[in-house]
Design a protein around this ligand. Structure first.
Ligand code: IMP
Ligand code: MG
Length: 176
């Protein structure tokens, strides 16, 4: 068990399970875009670790870029998402694959879709390592999903509770 600020968390998803899920996602995306050079767009801060491991597994030509949004305060999603750092790259005609650490309500995805609508990309795909189907309220298709989890608050592998826990190599969930 670990303690972050005032809360306790228990082990939930191992580093091995994460690696297995990532390997599967990478294989699918390599297959789907064999003849292209996709641009992977990581959503900071949470996705820094998944993007890093994802890129190391991806063996075909690819590029990477990052965007920064924010919606979480504490352990529940505020319903407002704002873009903090934007893309400064021309993505016209490119295949863009968004890489998310986790999709919860889907508010961030709505915002991202909006942002990329003006970019004239060739393909716009969404990949997420973790997905909470019970919390998802949108109808945007998520193209690649690593691991589906119940509607529980998790930390580790890039995900934080008020700034802490991002450095954990495996995932923990809030103790009930
Ligand atoms: P959404 O906009 O509600 O889909 O939330 C997306 C963002 O909220 C994610 O990219 C995370 O940064 C954060 N988030 C959602 N669920 C969790 C969680 O269980 N733990 C930590 N952060 C989370
Ligand atoms: Mg995020």
């Amino acid at each position: 068990m670990i303690q972050l600020h005032d809360k306790q968390f228990v082990p939930f998803i191992s580093a091995k399970e994460i690696e297995f899920a990532l390997t599967k996602m990478v294989a699918q995306i390599e297959d789907d875009f064999a003849d292209e050079t996709p641009v992977f767009v990581g959503v900071l801060n949470g996705a820094f670790m998944v993007v890093s491991d994802f890129m190391k597994l991806y063996k075909k030509p690819c590029e990477v870029s990052f965007i920064k949004m924010a919606s979480y305060e504490g352990i529940s999603s505020t319903n407002e998402v704002k873009q903090l750092i934007g893309l400064n790259q021309d993505l016209t005609g490119r295949t863009v694959v968004i890489i998310e650490d986790i999709v919860d309500t889907g508010n961030t995805l709505v915002e991202l879709k909006q942002l990329f609508k003006q970019q004239n990309v060739k393909h716009f795909k969404i990949a997420t390592l973790f997905f909470k189907p019970e919390a998802y309220t949108k109808d945007i298709k998520i193209d690649y999903i690593g691991i589906r989890i119940p509607n529980k608050f998790i930390v580790g592998y890039g995900l934080d509770y008020n700034g802490l826990g991002r450095n954990l190599p495996e995932v923990y969930k809030l103790k009930e």
